[in-house]
Write a protein that binds this ligand. Structure first.
Ligand code: R5P
Length: 296
């Protein structure tokens, strides 16, 4: 039977595009809130006997995870043979250690929750810092799409003479791959995070590359403090306005407008729908769903 794709609200566009590319059926899943805030959920397309993929990026995860778990459980109750999760942005990956006594290691708890609810998972560049792969915490097959080749393509097409810059040591994994694809030099800055919105960046000596356009590349823009501090430092040292590229643009505060006011051009992938989306991950996601993780 033709596999079925359904979207959690907010993910309709990506689900539609994936269904076309993969030739899966796009099903209708109704989700709304009861007046008291509880979730009403109904499959208008039957999952019976079919492999089902649920598309749900996990920005704003607290409001999405419960409907997602309900949708997966309902698909199974209605006879789905396999239920997978297409989550271009995978939340809760940054709390990967008990940094202070008593803290929750939420990355593990969310992994357990999703592994219990789904048979497979496909995502884009999860934040892997202290974990070497998703298999460290997910017990289901978890497939990763790497956005670096798409980021590199965008830079090649849009920026002449770039200098690729990573704002912190964690970003080196993406920055090195992108710089090598683009054939540009790269540098990684030093970051110390003092609090959620308190970030200190130290510039390295970049003088040898003066004349190039700085392109900051990171996996996530959340509050934007990392990018904002890096942009401020670069401009204080006479660099031209940079391009800020993030795989996942969460924009928790008004980061996009602050960056725009500072003269930076902000570019993201469509792993999280936003006005800055300029790099399309849909085809790469579809290829992974079809060949590795997806409905069979
Ligand atoms: C963390 O290390 C990530 O790679 C990003 O640098 C971080 O999430 C960005 O957060 P914010 O935008 O809040 O500074």
């Amino acid at each position: 039977m033709t596999p079925l794709l359904v979207a959690i609200p907010g993910n309709e566009r990506l689900a539609e595009d994936l269904a076309v590319t993969l030739r899966y059926e796009l099903g209708r899943l109704e989700i709304r809130a009861f007046p008291d805030g509880e979730t009403y959920l109904r499959f208008h397309t039957s999952p019976n006997g079919r492999s089902v993929g649920i598309v749900c990026t996990l920005s704003h995860p607290n409001e999405r995870v419960l409907p997602l778990i309900f949708a997966a459980a309902t698909a199974r109750e209605l006879g789905a043979t396999r239920v997978g999760l297409v989550a271009p942005y995978l939340a809760y990956m940054r709390q990967d250690r008990r940094f202070k006594p008593g803290e929750a290691v939420t990355s593990r708890q969310v992994a357990r929750l999703l592994s219990d609810a789904f048979d497979w998972l496909v995502t884009v560049d999860p934040h892997l810092h202290r974990y070497s792969s998703l298999a460290d915490i997910y017990s289901i097959p978890a497939h990763v799409v790497h956005a670096a080749p798409l980021v590199s393509e965008w830079i090649k097409a849009n920026v002449t003479n770039p200098l690729i810059i990573g704002p912190d040591s964690e970003s080196e994994q993406w920055v090195a791959a992108v710089a090598s694809d683009v054939g540009a030099p790269y540098s990684v800055l030093e970051k110390v995070r003092h609090g959620d919105r308190d970030v200190e960046i130290r510039l390295k000596d970049l003088e040898q590359w003066k004349g190039r356009i700085p392109v900051l590349v990171d996996d996530i823009i959340s509050t934007g403090r990392t990018m904002i501090e890096a942009v401020r430092l670069l401009s204080s040292q006479g660099w031209p306005s940079p391009v800020c590229i993030a795989v996942h643009g969460l924009f928790a505060d008004d980061a996009d407008s602050v960056l725009a006011r500072l003269g930076a051009r902000v570019v993201t992938t469509n792993s999280v729908p936003h006005a800055t989306n300029a790099i399309d991950i849909e085809k790469a996601l579809a290829a992974h769903i079809a060949t590795q993780g997806g409905p069979k």
